[in-house]
Each structure stands twice: as structure tokens, then as C-alpha cells.
Design a protein around this ligand. Structure first.
Ligand SMILES: Cc1ncc(COP(=O)(O)O)c(C=O)c1O
Length: 387
């Protein structure tokens, strides 16, 4: 017998990005879809700390329940890197997805206004909407290469604004605020009386800017989110965190008590090693990504106007427009079926004439992917020629 859906979760819409990737991800031979750097192995992690991850040491690991806020050593490692404000503390979570789920659940009440960038990663707006929020968009304008303009934010703030959600560097466009943009953003949020949710999934992946400082240092009413899935190349570990005002932690824990309770001690052991050796993991991938960004931009420049690509200031995805395509979905389907190449059609982010291209795969993979796109664009051109 079909039962009615439970309250709340039935309001969660489908996530078109995940629907697109779900099976294709496992079919593709060449992956230029990813928003994270290419992945590391367990062996790579073990080499970083042969003592903590020594097999005999691991054999002694007891599978007890973990603490509700996360393992102390992991929380300390994250705090040493993020350097939160004094009124804030770290909670480790199952990916930053869980942290976002807890935060929206704790902070949004029906009728609250929540400002979200457009376009945005699905969790950032869908979780707010499912909690009953009225969404307001801070538009990142394609005609302005998606550069965030604080004047556009000012227009959507009012006394009913409960949360302002941002994600810099931004998925999928790679847009980012510089130090002045960050200061203006924090000041606008502070004056509005709202709380800032800063999704810092790509904080460690900025290209021609200094790494943005954690907002919790300058704004009491703020939370920040981080993850091992993007800059660390460890998406399958499913570890993230939030940095939240200390007084909010019991509320986050109350929700977690119905969701995941805690993380696995084995997973937290591995995550601790990753965060304690963050630079060793991140630096080579970042250097490679910067080089690949140049290759991608050169490829777009050489396309004769077929591909217009705003330069991403951070992250490892670009969001170019395909000038001859109103909707790139068919093109992406052909990339997979003919060439085994996985990319993401822009419609999943509400911009059908674009494509999300991840450029932090190994170089040969990126080159294969871009060549396949060029071949398909040439084939499209032939199909359109008058006979
Ligand atoms: C902006 C942003 N936030 C959060 C996430 C969630 O990542 P995870 O749950 O793997 O930490 C993603 C994943 O793509 C993302 O792009």
C-alpha cells in the first residue's frame, strides 16, 4: 500500500544534477564533469601518516559510536585550518551536505525569506524551500560573467530576510568575491540582521585571489561549511563540517540525533590524517588545476566564438556558453554515447545554453574531453550546412 510521504521531506524536489550524474558517472570513460579535484586513494592517505594509519594500529580501532559533534582530534585539525571566530566551533558531518541539512533545519521557519545566489548548487536553495522559506535570488549575471555584485544583493534584503546563503568560489561558474567584495557582503548581512551561510566548499581552490578568510571571524551571526570532497580529492570519504555559533550546536545535534547520530571512527581517523596534511594533498592538485584552467580558456578562445568561457576565479569548474546551442543536453548525451565523455548540461543549473566542465581531471582526460566537444561542434556545423 502506498503511504503518504512524511512531512518536510516530500517538499524536497528532484536534484537534476544528481539525476544527470547518477548512472552516467559509472558509464563514462572520460570524466570532465566533476566539481572536485581528481581523487586520492587510501594508499595515498596511508603514506601521509604511516603511524596513525599503520595496519596494526588500525586493527586496534574500536568501532564505538562517535561523539555527536565529531571526533576531537579531527575538529581541532579543522579549526586549526579554518581559524573560526571565538564564539564559533566546528562540528564534523557526513559531507557538507549533512551540515547544510542540519543548518537549514535549525534556522529556517515557514515564511522566512532566504536569499540564495542564482544559479546555485541545489542543496543551497532546495533545503531552504523545503523548510518553508520564501526564496529571494541574488542574481549572478551571465552578461557580467557571473561576477557577484553587492548592489544586487542589497536590492533583495529586507527586515524579513532570515538567511543569506553564498558559495564562493561558486559552483558552477567559478565566480568569487575578492577581499573588498567579502567585506561588503559581510557588512550588508550584518546591517540586515540576517545570518550568513557561507558554503566554502571551494575555499582552498582560488586561482588569482587570496584564499577568502572564514566569515565567522568577522561576523557573529554566520556559519561556514567545508568538505573533503572538493579540494582534498576525497569525495567518497563523505566528510565535511560546519563552523557554527556555539549556542546553535545543541540544535544541530538535536536534528542529527534523528539523521546520522555520529560519524564512523574509521572515517574520522582517515579524515584527520587528510586535514592534518591538507597542504600536501591540495597543493599539487591546485597547481595542476591552474594549469588546466589555462588550457581550457585557450581551447575556448580557439573555438571561433562557438564557446564563450568566463574565466573561473576559483573552484575547478567552468560554465561556458555554447553560442550555437539553446540547450546543450543533446550535445552532452552525444559526448557520452559517442566518446564516453561525461560533462554536465547547463540546464541542471537553469542555464541550458551552457555546460559545466570540470578541469581538474588528469591532463589526458581533459584533452580527450575537450577534443570530443570540438569534434561534436564540427559535426553540428556540418549537419547545419545547406545541402
Ligand atoms: C557548493 C557545494 N556545496 C556542497 C556540496 C556537497 O558536497 P559534500 O556533501 O560532498 O561535502 C557540493 C557538492 O557538489 C557543492 O558543490
Amino acid at each position: 500500500m502506498r503511504r503518504p510521504p512524511s512531512a518536510g521531506t516530500h517538499l524536497l524536489p528532484a536534484a537534476p544534477l544528481e539525476d544527470w550524474l547518477r548512472e552516467r558517472y559509472f558509464q563514462a570513460e572520460t570524466d570532465i564533469s566533476s566539481s572536485g579535484v581528481h581523487n586520492y586513494t587510501l594508499g595515498d592517505l596511508r603514506a601521509l601518516d604511516p603511524v596513525l594509519l599503520d595496519p596494526a594500529e588500525l586493527d586496534r580501532l574500536m568501532f564505538r559510536d562517535g561523539p555527536s559533534l565529531g571526533d576531537e582530534r579531527l575538529r581541532a585539525a579543522v579549526a586549526a585550518r579554518v581559524r573560526p571566530g571565538p564564539g564559533h566551533a566546528v562540528m564534523t558531518t557526513h559531507g557538507s551536505t549533512e551540515a547544510l541539512f542540519l543548518a537549514f533545519g535549525a534556522l529556517v521557519r515557514p515564511g522566512d525569506e532566504v536569499v540564495v545566489p542564482g544559479p546555485a548548487y541545489h542543496s543551497l536553495w532546495a533545503l531552504a524551500a523545503a523548510a518553508g522559506a520564501v526564496l529571494r535570488t541574488w542574481p549572478l549575471r551571465p552578461e557580467n560573467d557571473f561576477v557577484p555584485d553587492p548592489a544586487d544583493l542589497r536590492k533583495v534584503l529586507n527586515e524579513r530576510t532570515r538567511l543569506v546563503v553564498v558559495n564562493f568560489p561558486h559552483n558552477p561558474t567559478g565566480a568569487c568575491v575578492d577581499a573588498q567584495g567579502r567585506a561588503e557582503l559581510l557588512e550588508l548581512v550584518e546591517r540586515s540582521g540576517a545570518t550568513l551561510l557561507w558554503d566554502g566548499a571551494f575555499t582552498d581552490l582560488v586561482h588569482d585571489l587570496p584564499r577568502p578568510a572564514d566569515p565567522t571571524r568577522d561576523l557573529d551571526r554566520s556559519l561556514s561549511f567545508g568538505t573533503l570532497s572538493k579540494a582534498y580529492g576525497l569525495p567518497g570519504l563523505r566528510v565535511g563540517w560546519c563552523v557554527a555559533p556555539r549556542e546553535l550546536l545543541p540544535e544541530l545535534v538535536r536534528i542529527r540525533d534523528y539523521l546520522t547520530l555520529s560519524l564512523s571512527p574509521l572515517v574520522e581517523r582517515l579524515a584527520t590524517v587528510a586535514v592534518e596534511h591538507a597542504d600536501t594533498l591540495i597543493a599539487p592538485r591546485l597547481a595542476e588545476a591552474r594549469h588546466h584552467r589555462e588550457l581550457l580558456l585557450e581551447w575556448a578562445d580557439a573555438s571561433g566564438g562557438a564557446v564563450e568561457c568566463p574565466a573561473p576565479r576559483g573552484g575547478v569548474t567552468a560554465f561556458p556558453r555554447f553560442t550555437g546551442h539553446e540547450d546543450t543536453t543533446d550535445l552532452c548525451e552525444r559526448l557520452l554515447s559517442v566518446h564516453g565523455v561525461l560533462a554536465v548540461p547547463g540546464r541542471v543549473f537553469g542555464h541550458p545554453d551552457r555546460m559545466r566542465i570540470g578541469f581538474s581531471c588528469p591532463r589526458e582526460e581533459l584533452e580527450r574531453g575537450l577534443t570530443a566537444i570540438t569534434e561534436e561542434l564540427v559535426a553540428d556545423g556540418r549537419r547545419e550546412e545547406p545541402r
